[in-house]
Design a protein around this ligand. Structure first.
Ligand code: ADP
Ligand code: MG
Length: 290
């Protein structure tokens, strides 16, 4: 009878919007100790809008946004979409870029009008020992805004703050997991203050911020080393190593192809609460098996 039960659950899962790519790992979903969530695009919608632009002297707000938008046209990060759409809404001209490249987990770079332009994280700016207005930066971050830095020829041209929306369903997911005795953990490349702000909205108590893509995988290994069975939920290229390392890799359907190809299960509806549905379905399906 076993194959029949499994077949039935496959059609149930398809109806619920759960795409099961690896059946053996799906079976293990009934015994999870922790679910690790990426922040941007997973717990949040990943739909950023620009809220503040803080230019350095010699630059206007529009100029900072134009430079950033030119580079970001080539990136598939949610921050990029936010910057490009805001520049378009303002009717700003978006220049052409050559030699575009990404700096894994830290930002991007390219050449605009013969000048080298970067859009990067606070971590990158700190590592380059570039000065910036920390009071303004802290104020924006404490409001849960993600701040990126625009550099021209390795010098600061301005800061851009972006706000994202927390998914309503993420809070329900964390509460439902807690009720099952499963820990929710946040793992993000974003700044600590922003991460803490989002975690507080959702009731997540364990947060790892400013984590680079390979370190996301290392962090999963550390949690597994406690003897825990761990799921990782993410949407980005940067989440792929962690999805592969986890006992169960779960990708958000609206995310990148890389994440979906790496994951064991895809949440077609991009609803974090479907992590709970997935655990319930795994329990129901395999309880019936001897
Ligand atoms: P997350 O884990 O939140 O999805 P990432 O690892 O993708 O974050 O990115 C970490 C940080 O690197 C971002 O918060 C941002 O500061 C910077 N970054 C990454 N990609 C870009 C980009 N295309 N434009 C600007 N900043 C970026
Ligand atoms: Mg993400």
């Amino acid at each position: 009878a076993a194959p029949l039960v499994v077949a039935v659950s496959t059609s149930i899962s398809a109806k619920q919007g759960l795409l099961i790519r690896n059946r053996a790992d799906f079976e293990g979903a009934r015994n999870l100790d922790a679910v690790v969530f990426d922040k941007t695009g997973t717990l949040t919608k990943g739909e950023f809008g620009v809220t503040d632009i803080v230019p350095e002297s010699g630059y206007t707000k529009d100029h900072v946004l134009e430079l950033a938008a030119a580079i970001e046209q080539n990136s598939e990060h949610p921050i990029a979409a936010g910057i490009v759409s805001t520049a378009k809404e303002k009717g700003l001209p978006i220049g052409r870029v050559s030699e575009f490249g990404s700096i894994s987990g830290k930002g991007i770079q390219g050449w605009v009008d013969g000048q080298k332009v970067n859009v990067v994280s606070p971590g990158y700016v700190n590592s380059q020992k570039l000065g910036f207005n920390r009071d303004v930066f802290n104020q924006l971050s404490e409001q849960g805004k993600t701040v990126v830095f625009v550099l021209v020829e390795d010098k600061l041209a301005g800061m851009i703050a972006l706000a994202d929306l927390v998914r309503d369903t993420a809070k329900e997911a964390v509460a439902a997991l807690k009720a099952k005795g499963i820990h929710s953990i946040m793992l993000t490349g974003d700044n600590k203050k922003v991460a803490d702000w989002v975690a507080a909205q959702l009731g997540i108590e364990e947060v790892y911020a400013e984590v680079l893509p390979d370190d996301k995988a290392n962090q999963i290994s550390k949690i597994k080393a406690k003897g825990w069975k761990v799921a990782m939920t993410g949407d980005g290229v940067n989440d792929a190593p962690a999805l592969a390392t986890a006992d169960l890799g779960i990708a958000i359907g609206a995310g990148t192809d890389v994440a979906m190809e790496t994951a064991d299960v895809v949440l077609v509806k991009s609803n974090p609460n479907d992590v709970v549905a997935l655990i319930d379905l795994s329990k129901k399906t395999y309880r019936k098996l001897v």
